[in-house]
Design a protein around this ligand. Structure first.
Ligand SMILES: [Fe+2]
Length: 219
């Protein structure tokens, strides 16, 4: 993918991109509200975790992006353009803004009928054998990530793959289209399950909104 295509892809798979990129008249990116209340994901992800993860961690990444882009050629760019053009601290902060909204927009209140359907279901079964096998492999990759980062399901030129990235890194920088991500920084789960990352991954499936993942897959 060339850079222009990558930016377009980044914007199309972040379903809330236009909202995320809303700026005040001062050019400052605002922290956007989540599409659910902070206690909506309980008992799997607590209100306290969302208060900190969204209200403190994501808010700080938005603040830092604003500070670091101000007065530079990045000032008027979208979050996707910044992430795919910047390096160092501005890359880290803007990618963290993207990665967090990408995850939070794909959560929903726990739902018993929570499963992939349609073309995505078929593609997952073709690649991994079954949805259970996919979840098992995804958990293995999430548990195998040393330190901070993310586990992703990506579409790599039509082939579904599970990938891990470290720190703020994002598969779009390698030209892969992300479909879902799981934040495995300790700040995402330590308040709820302490060091039990496996429990956190198990809980993640309960609140994942597969229809958001399907929308991204169809883009
Ligand atoms: Fe996080």
């Amino acid at each position: 993918m060339d850079k222009k295509t990558t930016i377009k892809t980044a914007q199309s798979v972040l379903l809330s991109s236009s909202k995320v990129n809303e700026k005040g008249s001062d050019g400052i990116l605002k922290l956007q509200l989540l599409p659910y209340s902070h206690n909506a994901l309980e008992p799997y992800i607590s209100e306290r975790t969302i208060d900190f993860h969204y209200g403190k961690h994501l808010a700080t990444y938005v603040d830092n992006t604003n500070k670091q882009k101000s007065g530079t050629p990045f000032a008027d760019m979208s979050i996707e353009e910044i992430m795919l053009s910047a390096s160092g601290g501005l890359f880290n902060n803007s990618a963290q803004v993207y990665n967090h909204y990408f995850q939070f927009e794909a959560f929903q209140a726990p739902n018993e009928n929570n499963a992939p359907t349609g073309n995505l279901k078929q593609a997952l079964e073709k690649e991994f054998g079954s949805i259970d096998e996919f979840k098992k492999k995804f958990a293995e990759v999430a548990l195998g990530l040393f330190g901070s980062g993310y586990t992703w399901l990506v579409d790599n030129n039509g082939k579904l793959e599970i990938q891990q990235t470290h720190n703020a890194e994002n598969p779009l920088t390698e030209g892969k289209k992300p479909l879902l991500n799981l934040d495995v920084w300790e700040h995402a789960y330590y308040l709820d399950v302490q060091n039990a990352r496996a429990k956190y991954v198990e809980n993640f499936w309960k609140v994942l909104n597969w229809s958001a993942v399907e929308k991204r897959f169809e883009k």
